[in-house]
Design a protein around this ligand. Structure first.
Ligand code: NI
Ligand code: MN
Length: 227
């Protein structure tokens, strides 16, 4: 069957798993690089790593229009529910559940997580998706941390890691993260969206080739890869 992953710019991805469309951290109305509009994107599920606006701001509108179920940490689910979204699932760190297309599980991330209105967003998270025989790890916004080795022990096929620096780890630490995670494939995210996040993704991919065992996949916004 395969899983098709489309980069929506920033930390946003759309995964097509069988007949399901799953969004992770869609940030479309505020991203100059977004390839599509929050008014057009389709979703059955929206997975959210943390409460910052560049990850959650479009989610209430997309979920209300599409009827998508929003899955996040319990505080994130509560906030989204308060915005009028009908279907939400609130997990907590290390937990998860099966959603039909596969299992979604939440991992630690070293970051912060206030919501757009300033309310408490709980702990920021990374997300692991087990679906169609593949294990996909979206690190969320995070610094490098050595427990990424424990996440790597799950057997990661596809890792998606921030490389933008400033708010998250940058290219140097992302190389170390990939060596902890040991994925087959790695995609960069959270870069080039804003002036402070400018990075050379081709140079990063070169280093991934030379300094890790992973295969880098650099997508343009709107670009897709099938796993
Ligand atoms: Ni953030
Ligand atoms: Mn962010």
């Amino acid at each position: 069957m395969g899983i098709k992953a489309t980069w929506l710019s920033h930390s946003g991805f759309q995964l097509e798993i069988g007949s399901h469309k799953i969004l992770i951290d869609p940030f479309l109305s505020g991203s100059q690089l977004a390839p599509t509009s929050a008014d057009d994107i389709e979703a059955d599920f929206i997975l959210i790593t943390h409460g910052h606006g560049d990850h959650i701001s479009d989610t209430p509108a997309i979920a209300k229009r599409t009827g998508a179920t929003v899955v996040g940490m319990v505080e994130i689910a509560g906030w989204v529910s308060n915005q009028g979204v009908e279907s939400t699932v609130g997990n907590n760190m290390g937990g998860g559940m099966d959603h039909g297309f596969g299992r979604v599980e939440f991992t630690p991330a070293w970051h912060s997580s206030s919501l757009p209105d300033g309310s408490y967003g709980g702990m920021p998270a990374g997300i692991i998706i087990f679906a169609d025989g593949l294990t996909i790890y979206h690190a969320g916004d995070t610094a490098l941390f050595s427990d990424m080795q424990l996440i790597g022990d799950k057997g990661i096929d596809v890792a998606i890691v921030p490389i933008g620096d400033f708010y998250t780890m940058g290219p140097d630490d992302s190389i170390k993260a990939v060596n902890y995670l040991k994925p087959k494939f790695v995609l960069p995210m959270h870069y080039n969206t804003f002036p402070v996040l400018q990075q050379d993704a081709a140079a990063w991919a070169d280093r991934i080739h030379k300094e890790t065992g992973a295969e880098p996949i650099v997508l343009d916004p709107g670009g897709a890869h099938e796993f």
